[in-house]
Ligand binder design. Sequence first.
Ligand code: AMP
Length: 280
Amino acid sequence: MIIFKQAKPLNHYLEQEQKAGKKIGFVPTMGALHQGHLSLVSAARTDNTLTVCSIFVNPTQFNNAEDFKHYPVTVEKDLEQLVKAGCDILFLPGVKEIYPPGQPKKTYDLGLLENILEGSYRPGHFQGVCQVVDRLLDIIHPDNLYMGQKDFQQCMVVKKLLELAGKGNRIRLNILPTVRENGGLAMSSRNLRLNTSEKKLALSIFEELSLIQKEFPHQSISSLKHLAEEHLREKGFSVDYVEIASARDLHAPVQPGEPAVALIAASIGKIRLIDNLVLN
Ligand code: AMP
């Protein structure tokens, strides 16, 4: 695996490879890698001739300074995992490579997506996501981009970004299923911050999503939401939202017959977790 820390040499290298006929698959991450990330690398390897992964803890997408400060960093272990997974190139930039000093930060018209669910609880988060993904795509020029359904709204935001930035016909966005631990907890870098009993408790989020999925045909949306919220609060979670929305555009309430997704964001102490399940 070749490691690049600077944007220009990476851009130049990939340009040559693309001219030579290589097809590039790209997996952007913030590191602290787990099987969820590695499933994206594996898909990129299957579909492409060159797999590029990036690790960059993007400051502009953190609306909470404490969360940024405590975001897990495990670079040595990440490198080992990427080599084992067969990743060809790792981009490991510093902040100045992604946000060159003096360059104004772009803003993106994300419409409804910016202000609902994650957008409403994490102001500015999706602008930050767009800034980093837009910049990474300009450096890497992939044919295929790989993201996880675990971050359902983020996938929609990036789809919109590709349209807004005129990249949608050049870059294919591939959304891969959420990888879960035994018991159903969605793998997440933030799980590293949970102790054993908190990890056990965190399973309740998937249990509530599964209950909503089972009962969706039989109960009203409002009672399903209410029940899940109540269960989580009783167990000690602080609940930001339980929503059942259109899986096409996250409009809520979902209309009868439309594909639906249930989404939960809840915190155990200071650790905020999100998960979702498509219902039909
Ligand atoms: P992150 O490092 O959290 O920014 O995630 C990088 C990419 O990995 C994003 O596209 C995530 O949606 C994806 N991802 C994170 N967790 C999982 C998971 N459990 N299963 C599948 N993809 C995931």
